[in-house]
Design a protein. Structure first.
Length: 230
């Protein structure tokens, strides 16, 4: 091979010819050429491979954090207050950008920070989920177990027929309990659970500031048999 031809040169030639071209040796055979090429290609570096994997993982984690913080988040339903629309164990996806683009709408299902005055028992949670019923500046009232907005009957197709007339006032004597008409303050919304007979909502602790809304529920993703867009 080529290095063998170098060893056959006289020592003086190597000394005086350092940096000069060595005398050509015999031509390489095909097998020798392939062998040299194989040895010349460096093996993939384990450290480079590991670094690339770590970089991919870091980017994926960063994207997940950004999406969860600013764009969307999933929640699991822990209680029966939104039945039958949302059952215990259902998983929902919340759009956190929705209300940066448009205002809160009636009938929207929203996730919001737990009000300070919420003392309904059970395990405390950071966020609650309810449906928007009254908007800022509207007057909400009850009559015959039904909801009225600005003295007009509110159609609630999301409620089963069996509970269409089951909305009752809250337990306190506060104006928001709806023993009488209540005007929703500016920048607040009045929320209720769809399970009107088993929902601790604005009838218990008043309207919520729009600023406390985390986002709008866009889709129920679990269980698969109940996937639904809202």
């Amino acid at each position: 091979m080529a290095h063998e031809s170098l060893t056959t040169l006289p020592s003086e030639t190597v000394e005086r010819g350092r940096g000069a071209h060595a005398a050509p040796g015999p031509p390489l055979s095909d097998n020798e050429s392939r062998s040299r090429g194989a040895h010349a290609a460096p093996a993939p570096s384990f450290y480079r491979w590991a670094a690339e994997i770590l970089a991919v993982i870091a980017v994926a984690v960063a994207l997940t954090v950004v999406l969860r913080t600013f764009v969307m988040q999933t929640y699991s339903i822990p209680s029966a207050s939104m039945e039958p629309t949302l059952m215990i164990g259902d998983r929902i996806v919340v759009d956190k950008l929705s209300y940066d683009l448009h205002s809160v709408g009636r009938s929207d299902i929203v996730v919001f920070a737990r009000p300070a005055d919420e003392h309904c028992g059970g395990t405390p949670v950071a966020d609650l989920v309810k449906r928007v019923i009254g908007l800022p500046g509207e007057t909400i009232s009850l009559s015959g177990g039904q909801v009225y907005i600005d003295h007009k009957l509110l159609s609630e197709p999301w409620l089963p027929a069996s509970i269409q007339r089951s909305t009752t006032p809250g337990p306190s004597s506060a104006p928001y309990a709806l023993h009488e008409s209540f005007k929703v303050p500016a920048n607040d919304v009045f929320v209720m659970g769809d399970n009107r007979t088993d929902s601790c909502d604005s009838r218990w602790w008043g309207p919520i500031p729009e600023s406390t809304i985390v986002g709008k529920v866009d889709v129920r993703v679990w269980p698969v048999s109940r996937i639904h867009l809202f």
